[in-house]
Design a protein around this ligand. Structure first.
Ligand SMILES: [Zn+2]
Length: 102
């Protein structure tokens, strides 16, 4: 029952986001959440096991990248959404190509 309510809430949020994006002429991209904590934001390699929640730093065994877990997941989601994040702290990925100026 709780899962059904959570799924309904997520569905409501998704449709509100899409509606608001359309209303303001912004592109909204939905990204699949699967493996976002297991994939490397730099080289896209996937770890063989899930990180425990207590482990807050992601370290890639393939390329050696080490960064906060949430930041790595954000990089993975940006790449999946079609953006290419830059490696400089504080610099954003820019506007999506289908975004329109308001
Ligand atoms: Zn890597």
């Amino acid at each position: 029952m709780a899962r059904k309510a959570a799924d309904a809430a997520i569905g409501t949020i998704k449709s509100e986001l899409l509606s608001t994006g359309r209303k303001h002429g912004r592109g909204v991209r939905l990204v699949g959440p699967k493996h976002t904590t297991r994939d490397c934001g730099r080289c896209h390699a996937r770890t063989k096991h899930a990180l425990p929640l207590s482990e807050r730093t992601y370290t890639c065994t393939a390329c050696g990248t080490s960064m906060p877990r949430d930041r790595n997941s954000a990089h993975v989601m940006l790449v999946r959404a079609g953006f290419v994040p830059v490696g400089v702290e504080g610099v954003g990925p820019g506007r999506p190509p289908d975004a329109q100026a308001v």
